[in-house]
Design a protein around this ligand. Sequence first.
Ligand code: ADP
Length: 775
Amino acid sequence: RIGTAALAVQVVGSNWPKPHYTLLVTGLCRFQILQLLKEKPYPVAEVEQLDRLEQFTNQHKSEEELGELSEQFYKYAVQLVEMLDMSVPAVAKLRRLLDNLPREALPDILTSIIRTSNQEKLQILDAVRLEERFKMTIPLLVRQIEGLKLLQKTRKPKQDDDKRVVAIRPNRRISHIPSTTEDEEEEEDHDDVVMLEKKIRTSSMSEQALKVCLKEIKRLKKMPQSMPEYALTRNYLELMVELPWNKSTKDRLEIRAARILLDNDHYAMEKLKKRVLEYLAVRQLKNNLKGPILCFVGPPGVGKTSVGRSIAKTLGREFHRIALGGVCDQSDIRGHRRTYVGSMPGRIINGLKTVGVNNPVFLLDEVDKLGKSLQGDPAAALLEVLDPEQNHSFTDHYLNVAFDLSQVLFIATANTTATIPPALLDRMEIIQVPGYTQEEKIEIAHRHLIPKQLEQHGLTPQQIQIPQVTTLDIITRYTREAGVRSLDRKLGAICRAVAVKVAEGQHKETKPDRPEVGEGEDCKEHVTEDAKTESISDTADLALPPEMPILIDFHALKDILGPPMYEMEVSERLSQPGVAIGLAWTPLGGEIMFVEASRMDGEGQLTLTGQLGDVMKESAHLAISWLRSNAKRYQLTNASGSFDLLDNTDIHLHFPAGAVTKDGPSAGVTIVTCLASLFSGRLVCSDVAMTGEITLRGLVLPVGGIKDKVLAAHRAGLKRIIIPQRNEKDLEEIAVNVRQDLTFVMASCLDEVLNAAFDGGFAVKPRVERLNSKL
Ligand code: ADP
């Protein structure tokens, strides 16, 4: 219970990257704790001062004996200091101090300078009597002198170096010179740098890394703690120790179990599951990771990430997701060099540190959204990570030593392959994950999403029932997406609303047979009622009726989610000539697109709006040229009856949702149909959608994304779909129930397209006759 009172003179340090402070204090005197007054937030105690310097000088009694002791101490101290290099200013100052300071203060000062263990220092501090203090310190001085003599004998030539070190760091330097090994060990226990060194030596890092670490720790030992670099180096070394150089989980892979697990976690997506199983089977047979890197490409919310997680689960590996969306600096992947302030390792190394094993499953999310900037190209950095030939010696700039990534299983996800840099694409095997049909969505909702949401909201199936018709309503009228993410959110909203009802019911419900549905008006009524009956509710609790599940029907849905957001707008929008429905593919899945055209007096100009790319503009020109050249055949005229469609006429073509950039050739047939309707004055069938590229001769060429487009048309309630003849093979991928709902028209030329798009066909011959008679 003895301590030292001290005055804080200076506080240096910083909070970054970790709080790290150095406190400079001047010791004043010893004190003893009489009574502890409080411990928090900081200790406060009643203390008694134990030593006062002037007191010692006045003590006559033991003066003689003390005099002898202090004289003896002084001699040893002088001997010790003179063994050092007097040319060093710090040593010369120490020598002067010995003469100038009162003798009584010397034991404390010298104990703090010479090499002593913490234990010994504490003993000296505990020695309140001056005589005792001198007696205890003298042997320490002698030990130091002996040590120094020994050292001078053995290391004569190096002596100068040691002293130079002394000059820079007077306090530490003396501790550098001497020492018996036991002392050293005792102090080592308290010294975390030494602990760190031990950890480094016992860790299983690579030889190269060990070499670097040992060099760094040597530097660290010589560095004052207040230097910013000290914290930096320490952090570096701690990271090196923490990295899983050799630590891995054991793979447990059994294909049959993997199949069951994948099937349990995910409904539908047969193609993806099949490919994943093949991949895993190859890995089981051939214990070699140098396979392709899988990349799941598909719209958001179709389960790409969750399949990645399932793969990790089947393999019994750790899972880590690295979001790459918006990353535009290569040091995000590969780390910053340690020379920068605030340097950090890249995401790969950070991920490894987080999972703590060297064979996790890393999911590189959104590789198609990697950016590029002045700070280098992150995609190029990823190349090294993903290339099995190179990644066994991946060098993060921060680590500056190679780390073996060959055990890591990488899986990538993307919305589209169009924006993935080609070199990166080349290293991956693309697996398309298309959107879901309505039926699949209903199944997914009832098998996976609803049970998950119920659990998250603390509800049970006894409390809420969502019938399949309601789910279908949510899917068709409240969401318009390829995946199931918004559906999941809507189900979450329903669960929240029901949770409120259930919670209210548990505490306050007094009415015996409440209507089962959570309507809004009902809710208001309920609240006011509660307010009235609150005082009696406690006693009424006993009389609660057995709980009824809350059934979510269409009315409840409307109250919870508001009025439907999407209505079938198709028939309404096709009520005038000059509108046709096209099918577009976007990274978010397929979509239906209304193409609108109008004509007005003018000079034969074509105006295109709706943020179109060059290819789309070309399609529009192609369409007009084809129609102009076939105007007579189809009896198409402009407003003044001329077959030259652009004579005194301007045409405006618009592709709605103008904020979205659109490009690609697949709108060709739609533009032709739309213009044909405009010039013929006939309406396009309201349940027909189409896609296909056109040529100047009127041929229809195949296009991509048929499955997503067909699903979009199905979602929108369309019945007939015109696709290019050569895309017929793509229909096989589409679920049978969707195919049954739709009629497909395979078109190889524009005549067939127009015939299918208009009720009663778009005939050629009879009109030619009429044309003759007119002339
Ligand atoms: P993505 O990564 O494709 O954008 P997620 O993997 O995040 O989508 O999926 C969103 C949610 O939808 C997840 O909660 C996932 O469990 C669920 N989900 C998607 N597809 C399926 C499916 N086929 N079966 C079960 N749940 C699914």
